[in-house]
Design a protein around this ligand. Structure first.
Ligand SMILES: Cc1cc2nc3c(=O)[nH]c(=O)nc-3n(C[C@H](O)[C@H](O)[C@H](O)COP(=O)(O)OP(=O)(O)OC[C@H]3O[C@@H](n4cnc5c(N)ncnc54)[C@H](O)[C@@H]3O)c2cc1C
Length: 363
């Protein structure tokens, strides 16, 4: 059995920033990730980030991942790659699989920064080869340089659907249409306008009825829907395509937090069941922290700042308070509030408010 101060599960933007912040104050964290390469979702994001310079606006996502991983290496922070955490036991042991061997780690503090998984929708033919999640399409194209097909129907007009559509177009793939069940486009209009200007129809209040094809996707039948999400008679259209890409949302990956017995609450604005946490990202169980998409689906920039807060929270939990630590906490919390200000942060703000109240009700 190994003991250590701070175990970070997940080497995405939240986990890496937590490790760097904790190391700024003398902790020696261990970061584990199930993948070979550090960076989480960042490794496949080829576009430049928005926001302020302090939050790395203007830098491409995969470059941010490389910078953070480089900084980890420079500081000698221990990393176990290809090492999934597979269980959390009542005595606080985290079971980690590394090189086909199960290791029992007993950290004094632990951070779940496990991210999110993609949602799926089912329809006749949804199990045909050629139906992909948007994350898989991004990985194929941007990590391995492989096009998923020649012509795509995109389902979902949130930022992921819009960004992946644009990346498909940049790779020379024809995007036949983007369809969206809601009455409005979900993602930023700046992304939607770029795609619409290139002639791709974005059809709101539309859904997919079925995928066409026997051994692989050859097309799709789509339809307009009414405000009860029922197909409107006579509005069906056939779209010829060899790929159907689903960008219909993400769900926080909370297994570790459930196993640990953290207080979980259903908050739709945050993407489903999430662990209650305080201002320093500590859950209802002292010493167990959570940050990033696992605490609510947002963006890489908010995940980084939540991770930073969790790393600082672990320092406070393990080493106590100091003036320097408090200044850094205040600064990070202020930058996070700044990112969530304005109309695009409204959903997250409301979700976090609801989550805060859940604890107050139970105490
Ligand atoms: C397809 C897609 C496109 C996106 N595009 C953008 C974008 O353009 N701009 C933007 O700002 N945001 C974008 N996002 C959102 C952004 O990437 C996420 O908000 C951000 O990566 C969340 O960071 P995270 O550290 O919480 O999780 P992740 O980046 O998902 O990292 C979590 C890491 O934990 C690992 N992990 C999970 N479970 C375990 C376990 N049990 N043991 C060990 N390791 C584990 C995962 O493999 C992963 O490496 C996108 C997300 C997706 C899915």
């Amino acid at each position: 059995m190994n003991t250590l101060d701070f175990l970070i599960i997940g080497g995405g933007p939240a986990g890496l920033m937590a490790a760097l912040a904790a190391s700024d104050f003398g902790l020696k964290p261990l970061v584990i990730d199930e993948n070979q390469k550090l960076g989480g979702q960042l490794i496949k994001q080829t576009h430049m980030f928005f926001g302020s310079k302090a939050e790395r606006a203007g830098t491409r996502g995969f470059d941010i991942g490389t910078e953070l991983a480089g900084e980890m290496e420079k500081r000698g922070i221990e990393i176990w790659s290809n090492s999934p955490a597979v269980g959390y036991y009542p005595d606080g042991t985290v079971a980690v699989l590394k090189n086909d061997k199960l290791h029992g780690l007993k950290p004094k503090a632990v951070l779940a920064a496990t991210g999110a998984s993609e949602n799926f929708v089912t329809f006749p033919g949804s199990d045909l080869p050629g139906v992909y999640g948007a994350g898989a399409v991004q990985t194929l194209m941007n990590v391995y340089g492989i096009k998923p097909g020649q012509s795509v129907l995109m389902i979902g007009s949130g930022n992921i659907g819009l960004i992946v559509s644009y990346q498909l177009m940049q790779a020379g793939v024809q995007v036949k249409a983007i369809i969206e069940g809601l009455p409005n486009i979900g993602g930023y209009l700046v992304h939607a306008s770029k795609i619409a200007r290139a002639g791709v129809p974005i059809l709101t209040r539309h859904t997919i009825l079925e995928a066409v094809g026997e051994d692989q996707v050859k097309g799709a039948v789509i339809s307009r829907i009414d405000d009860k999400w029922q197909p409107v008679a006579g509005s069906q259209q056939n779209i010829e395509c060899d790929t159907i890409c689903l960008a219909v949302g993400l769900t926080p990956l909370t297994e570790m937090l459930w196993q640990a017995g953290c207080q979980m609450n259903f908050v739709p604005e945050l993407g489903g069941q999430v662990a209650w946490h305080d201002e320093l990202m500590m859950t209802s169980i002292p010493g167990i922290f959570t940050a990033g998409d696992v605490t609510g689906i947002e963006e890489a920039s908010t995940a980084m700042l939540e991770g930073e807060l969790a790393g600082l929270g672990a320092v406070k939990y393990l080493k106590g308070d100091s003036k320097e630590l408090q200044c850094r906490i205040d600064d990070t919390a202020c930058r996070l509030a700044g990112l969530r200000a304005g109309p695009f942060g409204q959903k997250a703000r409301e979700g976090k408010c609801k989550l805060k109240e859940c604890r107050i009700k139970q105490v």
